[in-house]
Design a protein around this ligand. Structure first.
Ligand code: 3PG
Length: 395
């Protein structure tokens, strides 16, 4: 299976490029430009080929209607600043306005087209809308790995109507994810945290089949501890998932070593200045909430990281937003990042909370790769084919 890459794309033509500019905004301004910066290598590569560049993207969930607050217009200016040249904006992603704006572009010029989700056909992967999009360019580039789990007109449909290429960010994501889970250096350790087992069931099942060790943290670890018969007091847990947790533990036997907390940090409330205690699993009080992994659990996790060649991480180990319950997450992240920086570990992380946790630990830049994707990263970790990626494959 292979992808056409930007290097193989034609010169002096119009490239229709799907990017993910679903960026955080505050007061009508882009408040985090990570996804804008992620698109720069592809734009630069196409400019070097003298192509005109028309950017297709969605923003938020306007559900097929024109919602003025969900316009992509505020993105054009900061993107232009990053590129060092103004980026034009067209008020529609198809039709005469878009086509005239593209016509007027100089070679190497960039135009951002309005939110694809203003059209009801986008999320329905409507063939007519895809055709209208395809009419705007000579070839299509998908650089939006983080939207590739959506089979929409701009991510999937249009890829079948024009010669389709993987963009640079798409390539980086796929290479990194392949190094972490597709064809990794072993042993491979996974760290999965977050609140709920129920939302990460497919992910856990896929990971126990592929990894050598899997550390489970965060709220979901409480469900596993409860399923093992421990008293978890007033901790967040999905008690109705106990059978499922036991089935996962059974399925992992002999294949993937599960690392569950052996000690925990508890408090009766999550609030600054509250008294936090480190306790063994037999000493969680009726009023206690488990809010972080304890020091012995952390010691074992660090030993497992040291013994691994590859780490794949999704989800924090505790309530990292509320120190002191960030200790285990920060310490494990710092340790993994230092090994990755020294070239001793391939450390790949992704998923909304995870990126926030790594930023909080100040180690994002030292990891081998941090995905820009949320939902797409999770679906990929679940082993599901991503329609936007599948549509780029040849032969
Ligand atoms: C994201 O922000 O994760 C992607 O852009 C997908 O957005 P969606 O969940 O609204 O499809």
């Amino acid at each position: 299976m292979s992808f056409r890459r930007i290097e193989d794309a034609p010169s002096n033509k119009t490239a229709l490029v799907r990017v993910d500019f679903n960026v955080p905004m505050a007061d009508g301004k882009v408040s985090d430009d990570t996804r804008l910066r992620a698109a720069l290598p592809t734009i630069h590569a196409l400019q070097a080929k003298n192509c005109k560049i028309a950017l297709l993207a969605h923003f938020d969930r306007p559900k097929g209607k024109r919602v003025p607050e969900m316009s992509l217009k505020p993105v054009a200016e900061p993107l232009g600043r990053l590129l060092g040249a103004p980026v034009g904006f067209a008020g529609d992603c198809v039709g005469d306005e878009a086509s005239a704006a593209i016509q007027a572009l100089p070679a190497g010029g960039v135009i951002l087209l309005e939110n694809t989700r203003f059209h009801a056909g986008e999320e329905k992967n409507d063939a007519e809308l895809a055709k209208q999009m395809a009419a705007l360019g000579a070839f299509y580039v998908n650089d939006a790995f983080s939207a590739a789990h959506r089979a929409h007109a701009s991510t999937e449909g249009v890829a079948h109507l024009l010669p389709a290429y993987a963009g640079k960010q798409m390539e980086r994501e796929l290479d990194a994810l392949n190094a972490a889970l597709g064809n990794p250096k072993r042993p491979v350790l996974g760290i999965v945290g977050g609140a709920k087992v129920s939302t990460k069931l497919d992910l856990l099942q896929n990971l126990i089949a592929k990894l050598d060790r899997l550390a489970i943290g965060g709220g979901m670890a409480n469900t596993f501890l409860f399923a093992q018969g421990h008293d978890i007091g007033a901790s967040l847990a999905e008690k109705d998932m106990a059978d499922t947790a036991r089935a996962i533990m059974k399925a992992a036997e002999g294949k993937c070593k599960l690392l569950l907390p052996v000690d925990v940090v508890v408090a009766t409330e999550v609030k600054p200045g509250v008294a936090a205690r480190i306790v063994g699993l037999d000493a969680v009080g009726a009023e206690d909430k488990i809010l972080d992994a304890g020091p012995e659990t952390l010691r074992r996790l660090i030993a497992a990281i040291n013994d691994s060649a590859t780490l794949i991480w999704n989800g924090p180990l505790g309530v990292f937003e509320a120190p002191p319950f960030d200790k285990a997450t920060v310490a494990a992240a710092k340790h993994a990042a230092a090994l990755a920086k020294a070239g001793k570990l391939v450390a790949v992380a992704g998923g909304g909370d995870t990126v926030a946790a790594l930023n909080h630990a100040g180690v994002t830049d030292d990891m081998t790769f941090v995905s820009t994707a949320g939902g797409a990263f999770l679906e990929w970790m679940e082993g599901k084919p991503l329609p936007g990626v599948e549509a780029l494959k040849h032969g």
